[in-house]
Design a protein around this ligand. Sequence first.
Ligand SMILES: [Mg+2]
Length: 178
Amino acid sequence: MKEVLAVDLDEVAADTVAKRLRRYAADFGEVLSREAIHGKQIRDAVPPSRSAQVEACLDEPGFSRDVPVMRDARWVLEELAGRFEIIIATSAMDHPVSLHDRYLWLRESFPFVPDRGYVFCGSKRYVRADYLIDDNPRNLEIFTGHGILFDAHHNVSEKRFDRVCSWRDVHRYFATRP
Ligand SMILES: [Mg+2]
């Protein structure tokens, strides 16, 4: 039986930050750069008067529908699907309005992952898999398999997990593990 590789959606399979920075520019007419959010949550990197609006867009219908696929995620995952059972595990209850958008996005973005492999969960504690790639250390803390931290602007100081910095890095990571 294949081992199970669980993959987080936001900021791992999907470049949600790219969408959020684009949206910030559209809403406020100012560029919010990747450098400006380095080491922070986006809500803490913007003027306090804007943070509520910056978070609210995540609850808009349609927001999650056209997020770019993270660079190299598609071909790396498709290749890894030959070795692992791939599941996509997303804590969708934080923004339940996004559920249907996420479903459509996954079908379109990763057609080689069957929809029975979509796990829309309240907590990653319930995800049973051999590996989880996630950008959020809190999810890796409660995951019972082997956690792999996907590099993100808000987790730069996290040291407890294996870190991968890109999908090419994910490819290398598993190439060196028999
Ligand atoms: Mg995430």
